[in-house]
Design a binder for this molecule. Structure first.
Ligand SMILES: [Zn+2]
Length: 353
């Protein structure tokens, strides 16, 4: 027998999403929503919270204007990722990190063919979208309608997106779709124009700093700045072993030419970090305050011309950051390049001629 657990079966909600959730429940009547904003602010969590509220059986059908009760059978099924009227489409490559593995794999059919051999797909593939079309035509199992969540919606390629068009144009009466993602431009206009737009803003810093601290993040301000203000990104980095102190020590480490823990980073992340160092050093050279390393003890003193050259080299490399280079050698080379750019004295007039 299922006993009432002391903890709620409502999906945990990021604190800055509470207001957008209530507003969306009160205002969103369309059958399809395009839920977007800067990446890493919780689009997927909000999409699921909306789905749970719409399916919640504690509220009268058609008047689900409050967040999910977190206690009814439907809420528990959503939390257990096994609600028969909820379909969640996320690319294979993201399923584990989003904690959304189970249901999709079982029903995967064609999607799971040969999946043990190939790399997990970063796209939402057309076979998966076809499952949505089939789901749209089925009958709601619990009589509260059906919900489809697609995230990140911009990962649908043209073929996948076109497969969804008909369902968007002529939706079954009891189907609602939430397309969630981070970049407005990447989603096909034909898809976007058929959805009601719901935009999430970057949350206020005090709220996100407090949330990161509650997750155990040390020096959350530093890591939040490192992640460009995106709290979920900051938390992801922390869970991958980065902390604020480590981030703030990076410029000095580079000036000494030490590879250290960078050796274990993916090249794309090293390049991203170097861009941030370069960016802040350029700001310092113009007399502006740094952004990503504002709390670092380092004073950047590099010459603008050296930094400009470094920036160009990084840009060239960034185009190929996914290239399967010898990672260790490449990172060593990148650190050496950073050391020179950050410490080389400004060239004399004579050497410029
Ligand atoms: Zn409920």
């Amino acid at each position: 027998m299922v006993t009432d657990a002391p903890s709620s079966a409502a999906l945990p909600l990021l604190p800055w999403l509470e207001l957008p959730l209530r507003e969306a429940l009160a205002s969103q009547q369309a059958h399809a929503i395009w839920l977007h904003g800067p990446s890493g602010v919780g689009q997927f969590d909000l999409a699921l919270a909306l789905a749970q509220a719409w399916l919640c059986e504690a509220q009268a059908v058609g008047s689900q204007a409050s967040p999910a009760c977190g206690a009814c059978a439907s809420c528990r099924l959503v939390l257990a990722r096994s609600h028969p009227d909820l379909m969640v489409l996320v690319p294979e490559a993201l399923r584990e990190s989003l904690g959304w593995n189970a249901g999709d794999e079982e029903e995967g059919g064609g999607a799971s063919e040969g999946s043990s051999k190939r790399k997990p797909s970063k796209d939402i593939r057309v076979e998966e979208v076809r499952r949505v079309v089939h789901f749209a035509q089925s009958t709601s199992a619990r009589g509260r309608g059906k919900i489809v969540v697609i995230f990140p919606a911009e990962r649908m390629n043209t073929v996948s997106a076109n497969a969804l068009l008909k369902t968007l144009e002529e939706p079954a009466g009891d189907l609602r779709l939430v397309l969630a993602g981070s970049t407005t431009d990447a989603l096909l206009p034909t898809i976007r124009s058929r959805c009601q737009s719901l935009r999430l803003a970057l949350p206020d810093e005090p709220l996100t700093v407090a949330w990161l601290a509650s997750q155990g993040v040390k020096q959350p301000e530093a890591l939040l700045a490192a992640a460009g203000g995106q709290p979920e990104e900051a938390l992801k980095w922390f869970r991958e072993g980065m902390d604020g102190a480590h981030w703030l020590a990076l410029p000095q480490q580079l000036m000494r030419g030490e590879v250290g823990a960078l050796a274990s980073w993916p090249i794309a992340r090293v390049v991203d970090m170097l861009f941030k160092v370069c960016h802040d050093a350029m700001r310092a050279a113009c007399g502006s305050a740094p952004i990503y390393f504002a709390l670092a003890p380092t004073q950047f003193k590099a010459a603008p011309i050296t930094l400009a050259r470094w920036y160009e080299e990084l840009t060239r490399l960034a185009r190929h950051a996914e290239h399967p280079w010898q990672a260790a050698l490449t990172i060593e080379w990148l650190v050496g390049q950073a050391r020179v750019a950050l410490t080389e004295p400004a060239p004399s007039r004579a050497s410029l001629n």
